[in-house]
Ligand binder design. Structure first.
Ligand SMILES: [Zn+2]
Length: 176
């Protein structure tokens, strides 16, 4: 593996870790030229999985594209990379079991939404907004409105003015 720092391909694996589900391997590597340490990530590429888009076009399934979408949905939420990786690995595993070798893009979206809903409601709604936008805008608005209603019920009220100069002046008047 080429060292990202010096470009040499001479390296030594110093640690190998298999994910809990056994579907991903992380290798910690040491560059033998400059001693830089870096990590590589290894997963199974689902061969011949073809994604059928809503307009009928077909493209190869790209786990990295799915990971980017999920990562964007998880922006500024307390969700670590390992959790995002496990969602992508879970979906990839399910797709690789598809007997036809073909899957509708909607199915991938629904699957991701189902998994995200269990992890983080905000990330779920963000992801849903992307996947449901063109298909069912009303469903998304309903979703956001129900989330907002929940948030309003739990958040404390704010915005009351604290300073009341008139009453302060009155208190000062008493002591004088
Ligand atoms: Zn190096």
């Amino acid at each position: 593996m080429r060292c990202p720092k010096c470009g040499t391909t001479d390296d030594k694996v110093i640690e190998t870790r298999v994910s809990r589900e056994g579907d991903a391997i992380r290798r910690r590597r040491l560059c033998l030229n400059c001693n830089f340490r870096f990590t590589t990530y290894e997963t199974v590429i689902p061969a011949d999985i073809c994604v059928v888009k809503r307009d009928g076009r077909r493209e190869e399934f790209q786990p990295n594209k799915l990971r980017d979408g999920i990562r964007m949905a998880c922006w500024k939420r307390s969700i670590d990379e390992a959790t995002i990786d496990s969602v992508v690995a879970d979906i990839t595993t399910r797709l690789s079991l598809m007997p036809q070798g073909e899957v509708e893009s909607q199915y991938i979206g629904e699957l991701a939404m189902k998994l995200l809903k269990k992890i983080d409601e905000v990330a779920y709604v963000r992801f849903a907004s992307v996947y449901r936008h063109f298909q069912d805008a009303d469903a998304f608005i309903d979703e956001v409105q129900s989330m907002q209603a929940e948030n309003e019920a739990t958040e404390p009220e704010s915005g009351h003015p604290k300073e009341e100069p008139a009453s302060k002046a009155g208190q000062n008047g008493k002591t004088a």
